[in-house]
Design a protein. Structure first.
Lengths: 415, 415
């Protein structure tokens, strides 16, 4: 996160700049009044559906709770409706956001100094930061235009093994990844699963953005395609409910060996670790998220239709504006291009000049527009000529004006 | 925590037994209806006291938040009133319970393989568990009758140094510690602070139980006595507000060297770590705790008067019952004794026979009473003939009946 400091600092010095920086969800769809309604919905569920007494409800809201969470069955039900993932509630661990899920999963899986975590490059900084905190070595698999390439992954695995390392797991965001916005084709998903089986790898699938695409489109998750328990699914409610709850979950249905030699669910091993990190996920947060799941009849994808429409709208507006301001011939001649994701929060813009802190400073100061240098997401160099544009936190009008300002910067520096 | 499994298992097999096991707060004082009132109090504070707009309030409740927390100034104000600790809000990190506070503090302080964490023996399992998760070596300082003995601590430090280790910090619960219930005398507190200064140790002071004693009694915390910034204060709202919020905090006002060589607050280093563990503490939990602080005019000690009276009542009932059932002469002849803490949730009962899992099983099955073997809290053996009795989770009537059953067990096994 240290590299983000410059971005934060530029942002605070230029409060009137339009920022394509933050990957935060749009706030216009949140309603403060609903918190109480969601809490009530969960209380009603406990009393009316489950027959809990008022004293038991009180205990569930105020007391220490089950380490792996108290809403795991409701989450499992939602996951079945939304993703076709059929997870035993016992294999779910409800976590303090997806970040804690990544953290405890890494701690559970990586035991030997020779164990290596594979990540794409560029990569979400939350996973590399967690690995660093746990002194876990990461190996970086450069992404192609369609994201992670199984052939490159296989080569990386071979090289690691030749060097005496054990590639243990691959972290991957198949849908509209942060930071690039790429989406893995179905064929790649199948190949990844095959490779995981052949090479005895686990896949850590992180899926915060999957809902935010055109209705009826979207590809099955790796976990939904997985019939060999190769995938550990890292779930997040930050974008599909709201970030302030800090509720995420892990589906960890793998059978593993416990320290005493017995067979146990990976979820139970995660539980032991979670107990020493946060004891349990706050009951209040779980209650509010449960209330949302109940209110939306365990169908979050449908409930997120307005949000998906909003983000899709911003994405269209941004792509259309860029297209209009920088017509194909002109930009291609100058070496400017961008990808066109079909969903998510991000896109990648490539320049003929370095998209570095100096250009960011100039962009904020002279053009009133902010973005994130893609190099921030490359664990070992790369992305020097790219920027990440995030469209999730702006109104459509801001996106239009931001695109205009960005075109101004490009006119000045690249054209 | 693994050792606790047997206790949990016995408890589930004997649901009608009275349990002196759980160190949970009593639930009779919680009221579900108050959650909404506390949330409202915080919202009013944001709008009326701080002039925040409705949109800003929405952001503070729903969005990602400041890594170190958004209620740090309110917590600092409460700490000033309740403990006379004058903490700069910038030195506070609001955490997901005290457990996360311990975890990130250990991660920040322990860098070298030779660094050793000192803990008392017996010791709270949350700290030893967190250390184990981070592969931090612990050294155990056996407690005397008055808890931690500075002379024994000094000897342990000397021995560690002679062995090439660096004793880095001591974890200590000065007030009514879990598991023994002992309270460090004022003189010991001063000696600990002196020793920390001489030996260049940090003191990790954990204080969940300090309020639960007779009004007007109680000793100053180490942090309140500390004028050399030797103490990192680990705060908890689990017992003084409620556990389900999972809100704690760390006061980390030490100047430290950042990785880039600059001087910085330890709190800022903790922030970088926390960002990779949980991103930030849930806004909802912080809002409800803030509402409680506001409602009680930043005086939690006073607000906890009914709770303190309740726990004090249970403590008296337990000590009186044991005294009546096992008069001094009789118990001393048999080698049974117990300590008489002036507050807190716990006391230590010593037997002439092993207080082990076999006795616990017999106790639950034949006498309908459950307790925790003290050996569970000894990281490297010891406490074999002691039990921890927790009085926090029972009604006074249950304490009386539990003491009667316990006396029955002792009659049978020791007298």
């Amino acid at each position: 996160m240290e590299v983000m400091n410059f971005l934060n600092e530029v942002t605070s010095r230029h409060p009137d700049a339009i920022s394509f920086g933050p990957g935060r969800p749009y706030e216009g769809l949140f309603e403060v009044e609903r918190i109480g309604l969601y809490l009530d919905a969960y209380k009603r569920h406990l009393t009316e559906d489950l027959g809990r007494t008022p004293d038991e409800v009180r205990t569930m809201l105020f007391q220490y709770g089950r380490t792996n969470g108290q809403i795991h069955d409701l989450v499992a039900r939602t996951l079945r409706n939304d993703e076709g993932i059929d997870a035993d509630p016992a294999s779910l661990v409800v976590t303090v956001g997806c970040q804690e899920g990544m953290f405890i999963t890494l701690r559970a899986l990586f035991a030997e100094p020779s164990d290596v975590l594979l990540v794409s490059s560029p990569c979400y900084v939350g996973i590399t930061g967690a690995a660093r905190l746990l002194d876990i070595e990461t190996a970086h698999v450069p992404e192609g235009e369609n994201g992670l390439d199984p052939d490159v992954l296989r080569r990386t695995v071979d090289e690691l093994r030749a060097a005496g390392k054990r590639p243990r797991a691959l972290y991957v965001v198949p849908d509209f990844s942060n930071p690039t916005g790429t989406c893995l084709p179905l064929d790649t998903r199948h190949r990844l699963l095959g490779l995981a089986e052949e090479e005895d790898l686990l896949l850590l699938e992180d899926n915060p953005y999957g809902f935010f695409t055109r209705a009826g489109t979207g590809l099955p998750t790796l976990k939904a395609l997985d019939n060999r328990q190769r995938v550990i699914y890292l779930g997040s409610f930050a974008k599909t409910c709201f970030p302030g709850a800090r509720v995420g979950y892990v589906v960890a249905d793998q059978q593993v060996q416990a320290p005493d030699g017995s067979r146990t669910l990976l979820a139970d091993e995660l539980s032991k670790i979670k107990g020493m990190v946060t004891v349990n996920t706050p009951a209040l947060s779980q209650a509010v998220i449960a209330g949302m799941l109940l209110t939306h009849d365990f169908r979050l994808r449908e409930a997120n239709k307005p949000a998906a429409d909003f983000y899709q709208g911003n994405l269209s507006v941004l792509l259309d504006s860029l297209e209009r301001l920088l017509p194909r011939k002109r930009r291609e001649a100058a070496g400017i291009h961008w990808n066109s994701p079909e969903g998510g929060f991000f896109l990648t813009l490539t320049l003929p000049v370095p998209a570095d802190n100096a250009l960011l400073e100039e962009s904020a100061r002279d053009h009133g527009v902010i973005w994130t240098p893609m190099s921030y997401f490359h664990p070992d160099g790369g992305g020097t000529h790219q920027m990440r544009l995030s469209l999730s936190y702006l109104t459509p009008d801001q996106v239009i004006e931001g695109a205009r300002r960005l075109a101004g910067l490009l006119e000045r520096s690249c054209l």
